[in-house]
Design a protein around this ligand. Structure first.
Ligand code: C2E
Ligand code: MG
Ligand code: MG
Ligand code: MG
Length: 274
């Protein structure tokens, strides 16, 4: 408003800056409140076996619909939670809702599926990370094999020795480890291959270039290499039939993406897999 008169420019910038700070603080406060009141919901997106179309498991994704701010994207609030030191609390909310869902199915003697949860770097390197996870799976009476931990390759690079030992103990206790957004840090590939992981998820930025020559070569080599190393492979972000056919030809076993299913509220999933 104040921009109209040039003399007021400084004031207006100050005001705009003030508004920005206010907005950020509102978002931060509202997020802290939402985490405390357990208002972060979980959506599950199926991972699909390409040969049969069968659902082989799910990825849990955090969702936040704030009464005050409306729907906030996970890419925004995950980063804010990280900056506030609240990411462990947030991740745990998601993990607990997943375990609750699994326990309900177990009580009804329904088939259990493996669910992958996303773990942020600062959470991963918390001294009690593995211990706390075991505590939660014990509390809900769920075998750790039903939880998969999705970590990005950048997490491993923060401290490859410590990452290695954390992943080792996770594996020892029966959890599965998956490397998310694989390919983004291509240089680190040889390191990653020596870690105790069972799955890699090929990043969407590669999968959606699979129709051109370079994209095809990269995705094909990742799939081939993973296969040779005995790793499971998931192609992320499959949106079209063409992409699906191409990665099927490359013998990628599993896909995840809007072409099959969008992430859906966890309470709707029982209906889907009935
Ligand atoms: P991600 O772990 O790589 O998750 C996949 C993202 O791709 C999700 O975005 C999902 O909705 C989206 N997606 C799936 N299929 C398709 C597709 O076919 N096309 C397109 N365009 N997108 C697709 P979302 O839910 O917005 O999450 C973004 C990121 O936020 C996640 O990336 C993950 O890194 C992070 N995140 C989400 N939930 C959590 C959580 O509970 N804890 C932590 N630490 N991070 C989380
Ligand atoms: Mg993920
Ligand atoms: Mg991903
Ligand atoms: Mg990601």
């Amino acid at each position: 408003v104040a921009k109209k008169s040039p003399g007021n420019t400084i004031v207006s910038y100050k005001e705009e800056f003030g508004i920005e700070i206010e907005k950020t603080m509102e978002l931060q406060n509202e997020l802290i409140r939402a985490i405390q009141n357990r208002e972060i919901a979980v959506h599950l997106q199926p991972k699909v076996k390409i040969g049969t179309g069968e659902v082989e498991g799910f990825e849990a994704l955090a969702r936040w619909h704030s009464k005050l701010l409306g729907v906030v994207s996970p890419t925004v609030f995950i980063e804010v939670a990280e900056s506030l030191g609240q990411i462990k609390e947030l991740d745990s909310l998601i993990i607990e809702q997943v375990l609750q869902w699994l326990r309900k199915r177990k009580e009804r003697n329904q088939r259990l599926y493996q669910v992958a949860v996303n773990i942020s770097p600062s959470h991963f390197y918390t001294p009690t990370f593995v211990e706390d996870l075991i505590g939660l799976t014990n509390l809900y009476g769920i075998d750790p094999k039903y939880l998969k931990l999705e970590i990005t390759e950048s997490i491993c690079l923060v401290d490859i020795e410590r990452a290695n030992s954390i992943l080792q103990s996770l594996q020892k206790f029966g959890f599965e480890n998956s490397v998310d957004d694989f390919g983004v840090g291509f240089s680190s590939l040889s390191y990653l291959m020596n870690l105790p992981i069972s799955e890699i998820k090929i990043a969407r930025n590669f999968v959606n270039k699979v129709h051109d020559d370079k994209g095809r070569i990269i995705v094909q080599s990742i799939i081939q290499m993973a296969k040779n190393m005995g790793l499971h492979t998931v192609a992320e972000g499959i949106e079209t039939r063409e992409q699906l056919q191409l990665i099927h030809k490359m013998e990628c076993p599993t896909a995840q993406g809007f072409y099959f299913y969008k992430p859906m509220p966890i309470e709707n999933v029982d209906q889907l897999i009935k």
